[in-house]
Design a protein around this ligand. Sequence first.
Ligand code: HEM
Length: 441
Amino acid sequence: TLVRNPIEAWPAEVYEKELVRIATLGRERVFVLSPPLVQQVLLDEADAFVKSEAMLRALRPALGEALLTADGERWRWQRRAVAPVFRPDRLRGFVPAMLAAAGAAAARWRALPDGTEVELTEEMARLTFAIIVETMLSGEGLDGADRIDPARVAAGLKASLDPVGWVVALSLLGAPEWTPYPGRLRARRARRYLRGVLGRLVAARRARAEAGAGAGRDDLLGLLLRARDPETGRALADRDVVDNLVTFVTAGHETTALALCWTLFLLARHPGAEARVLAEIAAVTGGGALLPEHLDRLAYTRQVLQESMRLYPPAAVLTRTADRPVRIGGEAVAPGTPVFVPIYALHRHRALWDDPDRFDPDRFAAAAAAARHRFAYLPFGGGPRLCIGAGFAMLEAVAILATLLPAARLSPPPGFSPALRLRVTLRPAPGLPMRLSRREG
Ligand code: HEM
């Protein structure tokens, strides 16, 4: 179970206690489960922890030392430099690309014969992938001289992330880095392809900028090339830009896709909530096209996404390593100890949530949400390492949901109940088959 599904290997206490220590083969791990203690790890004493060694060993070959995978000063200056790229005013510029891609998917769904079955995790991953590539490169990579082949990149990303479970398990077991594991060579080839294409695109754009033409584009690539750390004036080198672009593709597209999958799955099972979402969309758009300015007004739709990410947080566990001796909840934790915030368990913890397994979007109505501890609900993490793409992801998810839901009714095959598989992200296994049919009226 360690490799296949870590959630099943978590002891039952993680849903009841504030702190759980587990020793596997003599190696201790600490799970932190009360909001104040989570706050201590992620915020108050964040500098006593680094990203987990196991996770870095799995991700650094693909992502380098960019935002997600750097620590210390190297992380700090990059975060300061890149933060403005994800400010709300910038994000608004990406909404038309989100709506266009969602609209194209809706049109495709509408054209399918009634009863067609689609595999939702693939459908959603293709859509969010198209959006992240478009917002990164504004079309350049897709039909420019150095064409990005989306299918090849998507397959490559999958190949490069598939073995992550193995790498993490081997690392937790103390195996040396050269230990072979399944998929290792394929992962390496996939990474080379992706980094190669992006590297050439970055160099080409930089060269044009220096020749005084066209760096001004406000896509993520253009913004990263112009980003500066306000404190030191430091800019990102080409390699840092590539690492961060690969990071955005990796951290940003599958997570958002899974949030949408689980949401559509939950709505298919909860017709009352689905009817409320559809009514809200109709009221806000007046039955016409969904426009960028509508997104902020879809409050209940947003609540549904939040509740779905409570039950199925796409990033289901945060992993750290204690960097110095610390005390958590009165317990001594030695340097080098893996410290986990199992978000999935926190979000279903009996001390924090009433009837935790029940789907109820009203938990995120403004008053109820305000009464809750800030570190009880963490789909995007918390503290200084909070997801930099949280605003991007929420805009994108609302835009896609509000475009696709009115386009078709989705029904899982009768009796279908997906299993959970945690591999960096929380996926339905064996995927999420859905039958599409027209909505009447
Ligand atoms: C970090 C979740 C979408 C880029 C994180 C973290 C979480 C998370 C939990 C914190 C990891 C930790 O503390 O160890 C999610 C979820 C998403 C999503 C659930 C979608 C529903 C995105 C998008 C982007 C993105 C769209 C970029 C376009 C990043 C980056 C970091 C990060 C760069 C590292 C930030 C840092 O350490 O400074 N994400 N994310 N994410 N996310 Fe996201």
